[in-house]
Design a protein around this ligand. Structure first.
Ligand SMILES: Cc1cc2nc3c(=O)[nH]c(=O)nc-3n(C[C@H](O)[C@H](O)[C@H](O)COP(=O)(O)OP(=O)(O)OC[C@H]3O[C@@H](n4cnc5c(N)ncnc54)[C@H](O)[C@@H]3O)c2cc1C
Length: 330
C-alpha cells in the first residue's frame, strides 16, 4: 500500500532547515487536493528535537532514522538510508526543498531507484489524477509544466520561497514519531565531511531575515551605500543587493539576491534603485511585501511591487530613515 507523500526534513546539528517547512506547506496543499496521507522523514543522530518540532505540524507520521553513519551528512549514507526508507514505505511522492544538500544527494537517490526527479519547482496544480509541477527555465523567463509519466514514486523538489513556512498547518494532536531501522553496514561512505566553514567572514543567511533592504545600481557609487546602511540599521533589516553591486565588490557576494545569488522570501523586501531584471526578481518575488523605490516609473520592478515610490532615492532614503527613527522615538 502506498504511504502517500513522504517529505524529507533537512537538519544540521539537530536544527531544522526552515525551507523544509516551506516544502511541508506544498505537501500539505497537494495532499488537500489528492487526499494523500503525508509523512516526514528525518535522518541523523540526536534528531529528537527536530522530530518533535515537525511532529507538531499536520502530518500522519514522522519517521526518524538514526545511525552512526548519518551523524554527519554524506551523500553515500543519505542515499543508502533513504533508498531503504522509500523501499519500505512505498510512497507515491517524495518531496524535498531544493537546498544545496538535496542537489548533492537526491539526483543520485532517484537514479539509484530508476526514477524521475522534477527539480526546483515553484508550484503545482492537480489535473485529474496527475500532479502537474511548474518550474522555471531560461533564467526564470519561461514557466514550464511538468507531468511525470513514469511509475511512482515521483521525486520533486521545491524552490526556497515558493511557499510560506508560516502557513504550515498544525495538527490537532502531534504526529506519531516512529524510529525506522536501516542497515548501512554495506554502504561504503567515500567522502569525509570536514568541519563547516564560512567562505566570507560576514557570511549571512539572508533566507532567515524577516526584513531586507536591497540596493541596486541606482546607488551610483560605493560611498553612497552609507545612506542605505543607516536605513537598514534604523529598521533592523539586513542589507542585500543586485548583482552589479556585488560584482563591483561594493558589498560581499553573500549579499547578492537572484538567480546566481540567494533566494529569499522575507516579510518585507525594499528594492531601492533596482530595475527588476528577471535574474534579480527570481530571487525575491515571493517576498510577502515588496516596496520598490525607483526614479523610472516604467521600471519592471514596479510590476511585482506591492507599493511603489517613483522618485530619487537620494531624496527618499534619508527622509525614510528619519521617519523610521522618529516612529521609534529616536
Ligand atoms: C546569467 C546571469 C545571471 C545573473 N544573476 C543575477 C543575480 O543573481 N542577481 C541580480 O541582481 N542580477 C543578476 N544578473 C544581472 C541582471 O541581468 C541585471 O543586470 C541586474 O539585476 C541589474 O541590476 P540593477 O537593477 O541594480 O541595475 P540596473 O538594471 O542598471 O538598474 C538600476 C535602476 O536604478 C534606477 N535608478 C537610477 N538612479 C536612481 C535614483 N537616483 N533613484 C532611484 N532610482 C534610480 C534606474 O531607474 C534603474 O531602474 C544576472 C545576469 C545574467 C546574464
Amino acid at each position: 500500500m502506498s504511504e502517500g507523500i513522504l517529505l524529507f526534513i533537512e537538519q544540521r546539528d539537530g536544527k531544522l532547515n526552515r525551507t523544509s517547512l516551506e516544502t511541508l506547506v506544498a505537501v500539505q496543499k497537494i495532499a488537500a487536493t489528492t487526499g494523500d496521507t503525508t509523512s516526514a522523514v528525518v535522518l541523523g543522530q540526536g534528531i529528537n528535537e527536530v522530530a518533535t518540532e515537525i511532529a507538531a505540524k499536520k502530518l500522519a507520521k514522522v519517521y526518524t532514522v538514526e545511525d552512526d553513519k548519518l551523524a554527519t551528512y554524506t551523500p553515500d549514507a543519505y542515499v543508502g538510508a533513504l533508498k531503504q526508507v522509500i523501499e519500505k514505505l512505498n510512497p507515491r511522492m517524495v518531496a524535498f526543498s531544493h537546498t544545496y544538500r538535496v542537489r548533492d544527494f537526491a539526483p543520485r537517490l532517484t537514479a539509484a531507484l530508476g526514477k524521475t526527479f522534477v527539480t526546483d519547482c515553484i508550484s503545482f496544480r492537480q489535473d485529474g489524477n496527475d500532479t502537474v509541477f511548474t518550474r522555471q527555465i531560461f533564467q526564470g523567463k519561461i514557466n514550464t509544466d511538468v507531468r511525470v509519466q513514469s511509475a511512482p514514486p515521483i521525486f520533486v523538489s521545491f524552490q526556497a520561497g515558493s511557499y510560506r513556512a508560516d502557513l504550515a498547518e498544525v495538527g490537532d494532536a502531534p504526529a506519531a514519531v516512529e524510529a525506522l531501522a536501516v542497515d548501512l553496514s554495506s554502504v561504503d561512505v567515500r567522502t569525509q565531511t570536514e568541519a563547516p566553514f564560512q567562505e566570507a567572514k560576514q557570511a549571512v543567511d539572508l533566507t532567515q531575515a524577516p526584513l531586507i533592504v536591497a540596493i541596486g545600481r541606482g546607488i551610483k557609487e560605493k560611498d553612497n551605500i552609507k545612506i542605505i546602511e543607516d536605513l537598514a540599521a534604523a529598521m533592523g533589516a539586513e542589507i542585500a543587493a543586485s548583482r552589479p553591486i556585488c560584482d563591483n565588490e561594493w558589498l560581499p557576494m553573500d549579499r547578492q539576491i537572484g538567480s546566481s545569488g540567494q533566494t529569499v522570501a522575507p516579510k518585507l523586501y525594499l528594492a531601492i534603485g533596482i530595475s527588476g531584471a528577471i535574474q534579480h526578481v527570481v530571487g525575491m518575488k515571493n517576498s510577502q511585501t515588496i516596496v520598490a523605490i525607483n526614479k523610472d516609473p516604467e521600471a519592471p520592478i514596479f510590476d511585482i511591487a506591492d507599493y511603489g515610490i517613483v522618485g530619487d532615492l537620494f531624496d527618499i532614503i534619508p527622509a525614510l530613515t528619519a521617519e523610521v527613527k522618529k516612529a521609534k522615538g529616536e
